[in-house]
Ligand binder design. Sequence first.
Ligand code: CP
Length: 309
Amino acid sequence: MEKLLSKDLLGIKDLTVEEMNLIFETADKFKEVLQRPIKKVPSLRHMTIANVFFENSTRTKLSFELAQKRLSADIINFSSSLSSIKKGESLLDTINNILVMKVDMIVMRHPDPGAPHFISKNIKASVINAGDGTHEHPTQALLDSYTIKERLGNIKNKKIAIIGDILHSRVAISNIYALQKLGAKVMICGPSTLIPKHISSLNVLIENNVENALRWCNVANVLRIQLERQGSNKFPSLREYSQYFGINKKLLDKIDRDIIIMHPGPINRGVEISSDIADSNNSLILEQVENGVAIRMAVMYLLSLNKLQ
Ligand code: CP
């Protein structure tokens, strides 16, 4: 396999294992480029890419933007708060106005699940989902899987516990799809109020006791408590959440076994994870961010091959 099957990357659900491995192999090559003194290749010098973000982002937006610059693409950045969306323009009109300026690819984050899917059906250019509401965040899951593979050598039969706010998490859903396709066993853990009922249909283990989850897993992927998406209180207080579900040194010392710690960011230090664990040798949090650039370079490069035909 030399290219991706679709013109878009909308979710992990639709990706094959072969496509995921192609992205990882391509990311290996770009990771090597990123170690050079001149961290740049001309692969996308024929492309113009728009980063269209309707929700806040630090890591994903900067990582896509840097990946585009490393590939020599021309880029434009759109931020909804400063745009004519505020004057009543529709999402599709906004995108079509961007595309008519000879833009070839759209990277889009939107609070509504399915927004990038709607756009992809209505335009010819490639669309990359940079996170749509509580639905999917495919490049995050790809960089998470790539980082686990890099550290453990293989993902097959590894035990990954995804711990925290599963209910509001697109990262959890995309990770479940990715890790299961790659042969991992996946457990989700959190208070029952933060575990959606439909999750059992995804063939994951469900655990409400964080110590049991940590005793089971090789890797703990800790998720942020998304207070901004919570309509009603799902737990009594952050202090109580931290006491029962926070990952800290005392808890990990009790388990007395090396567990890899991951977190997609942004971190609520002292809530879902303590600083000593986030900054420990077992933490891959900054490796995840570093690998994100190579993974996004790989995704954009591979999608650009479809346009060249
Ligand atoms: N992991 C992640 O999506 O972070 P940002 O919201 O900062 O992009």
